[in-house]
Design a binder for this molecule. Structure first.
Ligand SMILES: Nc1ncnc2c1ncn2[C@@H]1O[C@H](COP(=O)(O)OP(=O)(O)OP(=O)(O)O)[C@@H](O)[C@H]1O
Ligand SMILES: [Mg+2]
Length: 361
């Protein structure tokens, strides 16, 4: 979960009251968005919120209708209705609109915070349940992919190796012939590089089928990040991007160095591919409690909301030449390390992929 506690949307046309509520919620570390009416609330809600506090009477419409619309557009979020005076009708209407609770103004700060906290707890539970469902589905898909991959890859790899070998033989024999036109080797080089690409894909694919025994030894993370940067610097330069790291004092942690390196390479490659020329890709690593956090930030367009639920799925890609395996591989490697992989927004406005790994096994 992000560090913030949650986003609260305040919808009331009484500016003084909104100031007061915003202050109370701000002190309790909530992010507060404000709207003075129905139309403004729609625009603010589109930016995302967890809990909305909605006045029953708004200058440009009805709070109950707004509550219903907010719930319809953001089914995970909760709405708390505010009213000037308690009445059984308004309470019943609030329940019908699917409101989480109903508060009478002026609300004592303690009651307000408690109700918002309860609503937020509810929101987080629903999110967690959904995430668990997704994870189960993802695991199932990976298992299916694994079985398929095991069979297929072997069948393809052997003839592919044979073809590559024969091409080398052909190349050698051709080179012995006199007076060859200079472009004779061009198709050969092309086929060889295509075979190499196919073989690399199969290797990636096979990792699902036979996740090799992962080793665990103390890994110097700062050194590992340095290696990743050096490895991918040429790609970043070619894409006219800056690639740099911001590393605090980092301890070693128990991990499979090769797989961890591969995970970071995949994340940085994605960031490079997503970021237009002139932008930046940045790795930020720091210790957070008993975890190490490594963020791969970019200044690209970020991941569109519609794709967010799917990017960790095997074979989900928006690229012409993508396989859609990178992130799902990173996800499973990080999970094998007992860590988490999350998507956030980077300070530069692009995507932030955050890997959290336990410092101790
Ligand atoms: N940094 C990023 N910014 C924006 N979108 C991203 C970023 N990283 C990943 N994505 C989105 O997630 C999708 C899945 O990424 P993933 O690495 O799994 O596959 P891929 O990069 O498309 O293909 P592959 O990595 O197998 O070559 C991408 O196609 C892209 O739409
Ligand atoms: Mg990728």
């Amino acid at each position: 979960m992000p560090d913030r506690r949650g986003v609260v949307l305040l919808v009331d046309d009484n500016a003084a009251l909104v100031d007061n509520l915003a202050e109370i919620l701000g002190e309790a570390r909530y992010v507060v968005r404000r709207a003075g009416g129905v139309v403004a609330a729609g625009a603010e809600a589109a930016k995302g919120f967890d809990v909305a506090l909605v006045d029953l009477r708004l200058p440009d419409g009805d709070g109950i209708e707004l509550a219903r619309a907010l719930r319809a557009n953001a089914p995970d979020a909760q709405v708390i209705l505010l009213t000037g005076h308690a009445s059984t009708e308004s309470a019943a209407a609030a329940v019908r609109a699917g409101a989480f609770a109903y508060l009478v103004k002026p609300t004592p700060p303690g009651d307000l915070l408690l109700t918002v906290e309860q609503a937020l707890h509810h929101v987080r539970l629903v999110e967690e349940r959904r995430e668990l469902g997704h994870r189960a589905l993802r695991a199932e898909k990976l298992a299916a992919v694994g079985t398929l991959a095991a069979g297929l890859s072997h069948e393809i790899k052997n003839p592919l190796n044979a073809a590559a070998l024969q091409l080398t033989v052909l190349e050698r024999r051709l080179k012995r012939l006199p007076n060859l036109p200079p472009d004779i080797f061009e198709p050969l080089v092309l086929v060889q590089s295509e075979i190499k690409r196919l073989a690399a894909f199969l290797d990636e694919f096979l990792q699902f089928a036979r996740p090799r025994e992962s080793s665990s030894a103390p890994v110097d993370v700062a050194q590992l990040i340095g290696q990743v940067i050096e490895l991918l610097r040429p790609q970043a330069v070619a894409a006219q991007l800056t690639l740099e790291a911001d590393l605090g004092a980092l301890p070693s942690l128990p991990a499979d160095a090769a797989r961890l390196r591969q995970s970071l390479v995949n994340l940085v490659l994605n960031a490079i591919e997503a970021t237009p020329a002139g932008g930046a890709v940045r790795l930020v690593a720091a210790v957070e409690g008993d975890h190490l956090s490594v963020c791969v930030d970019d200044s690209g367009p970020g991941v569109p909301a519609a794709a967010r639920d799917r990017i960790f799925d095997a074979f989900f890609t928006t690229k012409d030449s993508g396989n859609g395996l990178g992130l799902s591989l990173v996800h499973s490697i990080v999970q094998q390390h007992g860590g988490t992989l999350t998507l956030e927004t980077s300070p530069a406005g692009g995507a932030r992929f955050q890997v959290r790994l336990p410092l101790r096994p």
